[in-house]
Every structure is written in structure tokens, then in C-alpha cells.
Design a protein around this ligand. Structure first.
Ligand code: AMP
Ligand code: GLY
Length: 423
């Protein structure tokens, strides 16, 4: 029987999810809430904000949606998955309580401490004086993190006492992030290569996806401000199967067990942001969802039916799912952003070249919308251009050829995505 699916969210991550789900042999109708101009070719757009929990619930019941997949963290932190499960609607995404692994960095640290998971040392602070004392104790440089959800704006790396004071002032006094910055973590600064390891779990069985690396800074050579992500690739050669198993065993599995010991079961994707330090992999952060742009490079590598996999997660049947098979090459994704992003930028510019992509190149939409007969830009991150190939060099060439085939006013692309893998 065909399965109707709703994908909640509007980014390139959600377009990639829709694209992979659409390839399933059992897929029925696909809906997005709200989706973008790219998902519209494959899915019906429901004019709902991703955070509109009541609206989503209403549509799921009205349209006999069999499975809901939640992309962004915010609806999860607002309890969307709880509401759906309370009505027996299958969902891929953790409960509000479990989503605290992302929505409260202080709680995440407590869970990691009780699980004995390797992570940066940290001290939770509620006042400027406490932050200064904690920074003194940990030693510069330190990282200041807002406890709550901050859409990527909650982390400040501080090299000097003055920077610590400024960041603490911004979070605790000026309340730049509202209540998300009421409590601040002062954290030890870790050095190394960053890797994202995402795992699917139905509450019991845990299945890792391919490790991936994303690029958060806007400028080449990791310069300039943080963004939602400027590109990604998989698999990094520094992370072999043994290291994936080690991160699973030492980090993801004990974290899920510690949550369960507190009565919090986890169903969905757990994303471990890891730093590969000289003393081993350590957790930088957990996310309660798929990564963006990691998802855009991981899903094209999956040789399995994503819909069946998601049904297994939602129905607690992951133990019986066949071992995941992956394409043996590499995949690279580069983000096409609006000029000025992550600062001010303009939108409404027609996007040209989407019909004439190089063979094999794939484009996932983020900030795009239809304007009469044109697809136009509608956000900071506009598209992710993706190339897959037998090796990283080929994948990278195709990703950039695809990115270069597309044009819009002010288009900005970081040119060094996956470059370090070729050196
Ligand atoms: P997060 O929002 O927690 O992913 O942090 C954003 C980025 O800040 C991470 O991807 C890292 O590049 C950096 N970061 C976070 N925590 C640390 C840390 N303890 N040491 C060094 N860099 C960090
Ligand atoms: N790629 C980082 C994130 O999804 O949070």
C-alpha cells in the first residue's frame, strides 16, 4: 500500500529528504510544510510554517498522512512529535523532552557527564561575574554558548578577556537571544577537525549514517562569520569504519542510554557534532535532527529505500532492517548563497540555469520561490549544488560545475569545499 508522507521544513535538507523519499517504491503523496520552489515539483505545498504544531496536526489527520518527517529543531523543541504520537501518527523525530539534547546545552552536558561521554569541559553561568570566573578557571581561549536554541547565533569563540566580557554582556545583559541566553556555558576550546556523525534510532537499535563534514564559516579558509553551512562532503578520509564504530560506542549509544535512564526515549536522528582532538573524538554539540547541509550529501550516497528506513524508525522495527548499503564513492555539496549573507542581502532575483545542469548534477532548493513564471531567490542560502562520483575529486568537480551552471544576481559560492580531502 502506498504511504503518504509529510516533510516539515523549508530548506535544502528538506528538499533532499523529499527527493530521496520520492524514489521509494511505496511512496504515495508527498506533502511539505511549507517546502520551497524545489520541493514543489515532487510534493504538494501546505501553506504552514514548520513551527505551526496545531496546523501540522490538523493537516496530518485531514489528509491521511501516514508518516511525518521533521527537518528543523524548532518544531521538535515545541513538541510536534509528542502531539503526533499522542494521536498515534507515526513520526521521525524525537519528543520535546528528548529534543532538549539540542535545545538545552546545559542539559546536554549533564547527560554527557552522566554517560561518561568525552566532551569539552564546561561551566554553566547565570551572571557576568560567574562567566569571568569560569573563563579564568578554564583558561583562554574559551567558547561561550547560549543554553537555548539560537539558530546558529549562540556560540562565540573568545580569545581575550574583553571578548568574554562582550559576549557575556550580549547574552546575559542585553539578552540578544532572549531567554535562550539566560544561562551561558563557558566551555574549553577544542582544536581539531570537525566531523558530523548522524545516527537513526527507533529507541532501541542505533544505525549510523555516513560521516560528513560541513563548513560553517562564510569565507574560504574558514574565515568570516558563522553561517547555516556553506557546503559539506562525505566521507572524510580521516574517519574510517573503526572510528565510526568508536564514536557510536563511546558517544551516541551511551548518550541515548543516559537519556533513557532519565525516562527520555529517543526516536529519530541524533546528530553528534564531533571534534577529532589529539586525545580522541569529543562532542561539540548534539542536534536532534538531520544536519544541513550534511543531509544533502549523505542521502545521495544511500543505496536503500529511505521511506522503508523511516517506517522502521517510526514503528520500532530498525533491528529487522537490512544493514545500510552505501555508494562507494564520494559526494560534495556547495551552497549558493545570496551576496551579503549571513549579513544583509536582497531577494527576488531570478535564478537562471536550473534547466541545464551538467549530467548527474543535482540541486536542492532552500531560499527559493515561484514568482509567476520564474523561480527567484527568497533567502540567504538559496540552493545546494551536489555532485556524486567514484572519488572526492570527481564529486567535487561535478558539484562546482553544477553550482557554476546556475546564476542569480549576487550569487556567492565558497570555492574550497572538500578541497582539503584532495591534498
Ligand atoms: P555549535 O553551534 O555548538 O555547533 O557551534 C558552532 C561551531 O563553533 C562549531 O561547529 C565549532 O566550529 C565551534 N565550536 C563549538 N564549540 C567549540 C569548542 N568547545 N571548541 C572549539 N570550537 C567550538
Ligand atoms: N550542519 C550543522 C547543523 O545542521 O546544525
Amino acid at each position: 500500500m502506498a504511504i503518504n508522507v509529510l516533510v516539515v521544513g523549508a530548506g535544502a535538507r528538506e528538499h533532499a529528504l523529499v527527493w530521496k523519499l520520492a524514489a521509494s517504491s511505496r511512496i504515495g503523496r508527498i506533502y511539505t510544510a511549507p517546502g520551497n520552489a524545489g520541493t514543489q515539483a515532487l510534493a504538494e505545498r501546505l501553506p504552514l510554517q514548520a513551527t505551526d504544531v496545531d496546523g501540522v496536526l490538523h493537516e496530518v489527520s485531514r489528509r491521511s498522512i501516514d508518516l511525518t518527517v521533521v527537518g528543523p529543531e524548532e518544531p521538535l523543541a515545541r513538541g510536534l512529535a509528542d502531539h503526533l504520537r499522542a494521536h498515534q501518527y507515526p513520526v521521525v523525530g524525537p519528543s520535546q523532552a528528548a529534543a532538549r539534547i539540542e535545545s538545552s546545552k546545559v542539559w546536554a552536558k549533564q547527560v554527557m557527564a552522566s554517560a561518561g561521554v568525552p566532551t569539552a569541559r564546561s561551566i554553566a553561568c547565570n551572571s557576568l561575574a560567574a562567566v569571568m570566573a569560569a573563563s579564568d578557571e578554564i583558561g583562554l581561549p574559551v567558547v561561550l554558548k547560549a543554553d537555548g536554541l539560537a539558530a546558529g547565533k549562540g556560540v562565540v569563540i573568545c580569545a581575550t578577556e574583553a571578548e568574554v566580557a562582550d559576549a557575556a554582556q550580549m547574552f546575559l545583559v542585553d539578552r540578544a537571544l532572549g531567554s535562550a541566553g539566560e544561562t551561558v556555558l563557558v566551555e574549553e576550546y577544542l582544536q581539531g577537525m570537525e566531523v558530523s556523525l548522524l545516527a537513526l534510532t527507533d529507541g532501541e537499535t542505533v544505525v549510523p549514517l555516513l560521516p560528513a563534514c560541513d563548513y560553517k564559516r562564510v569565507g574560504e579558509g574558514d574565515t568570516g562569520p558563522n553561517t547555516g553551512g556553506m557546503g559539506a562532503y562525505t566521507p572524510p578520509k580521516a574517519v574510517d569504519g573503526t572510528m565510526v564504530e568508536a564514536i557510536l560506542r563511546d558517544t551516541i549509544v551511551p548518550t541515548l542510554a543516559a537519556m533513557r535512564a532519565e525516562g527520555v526515549s529517543y526516536q529519530g536522528v541524533l546528530y553528534a557534532g564531533m571534534m577529532l582532538t589529539e586525545t580522541g573524538p569529543k562532542v561539540l554539540e548534539f542536534n536532534c535532527r538531520f544536519g544541513d547541509p550534511e543531509t544533502q550529501v549523505i542521502l545521495p550516497m544511500l543505496n536503500a529505500d529511505l521511506l522503508e528506513l523511516f517506517v522502521a524508525v517510526a514503528k520500532e522495527r530498525l533491528a529487522r532492517f537490512p544493514a545500510l548499503d552505501w555508494f562507494s564513492g564520494a559526494c560534495v555539496g556547495v551552497v549558493l548563497a545570496s551576496g551579503g549573507y549571513p549579513g544583509a542581502y536582497t531577494t527576488g532575483h531570478p535564478i537562471r540555469g536550473l534547466e541545464t545542469l551538467p549530467e548527474g548534477g543535482v540541486v536542492f532548493h532552500a531560499g527559493t520561490r515561484w514568482r509567476v513564471h520564474d523561480i527567484v531567490t527568497a533567502g540567504g542560502r538559496v540552493l545546494t549544488a551536489v555532485g556524486r562520483g567514484p572519488d572526492m575529486a570527481t564529486a567535487r568537480e561535478l558539484a562546482y560545475a553544477t553550482a557554476d551552471a546556475i546564476d542569480f544576481e549576487g550569487k556567492y559560492v565558497r570555492r574550497d569545499i572538500a578541497l582539503r580531502e584532495l591534498e
